[in-house]
Design a protein around this ligand. Structure first.
Ligand SMILES: [Zn+2]
Ligand SMILES: [Zn+2]
Length: 152
């Protein structure tokens, strides 16, 4: 991956990743375009405008101190704090479904963070590993965990 150096090696000016003002040589020596250098002062190589890099949206699911957060590919965000039930939907693709009293999060298995989520879910007291295995091999929707009734 191209190294995005953050400043000009000649004058020290900031050249953030989205700057249109950076030029680089093949070794990624980085300068302001405004110096109008004929070649890289370090290696005499050709200088070209550095392509910009836009910060990638952090798509993924995370387990937080008080619940679950999901940032979807389309940029929308979901949150769930009061987990009541965990289902696995196997329909060609596998989805983890976290169900709360008011909403639910549907998380495709390939989502970044889903592996860590699964490790977390499998540690929930009473999580059915049997059901989980059935879900992985079968088709349909499988309830793998339900919050036990509160003790009186
Ligand atoms: Zn400069
Ligand atoms: Zn160079």
């Amino acid at each position: 991956m191209l190294e995005m150096r953050s400043s000009c090696e000649k004058c020290g000016a900031a050249l953030p990743a989205d700057s249109l003002e950076a030029v680089i040589c093949s070794y990624e020596c980085t300068f302001c375009r405004s110096h109008e250098l004929a070649a890289c002062p370090n290696c005499q190589g050709e200088l070209v405008r550095r392509p910009t890099r836009v910060a990638a949206a952090r798509v993924g699911v995370v387990v937080t101190a008080d619940g679950y957060e999901l940032n979807r590919v389309d940029g929308s965000r979901g949150e769930l704090t009061d987990l009541r039930q965990v289902e696995i939907l196997n329909e060609d693709e596998v989805y983890f479904i976290l169900i709360g009293p008011e909403n639910s999060l549907v998380i495709p298995q390939g989502t970044p963070g889903a592996d860590e989520l699964l490790v977390h879910l499998q540690k929930l007291p009473g999580f059915s590993h049997q059901r989980f295995l059935e879900a992985m091999e079968g088709q349909g929707r499988f309830v793998c965990w339900e919050r036990p009734p509160l003790q009186a």
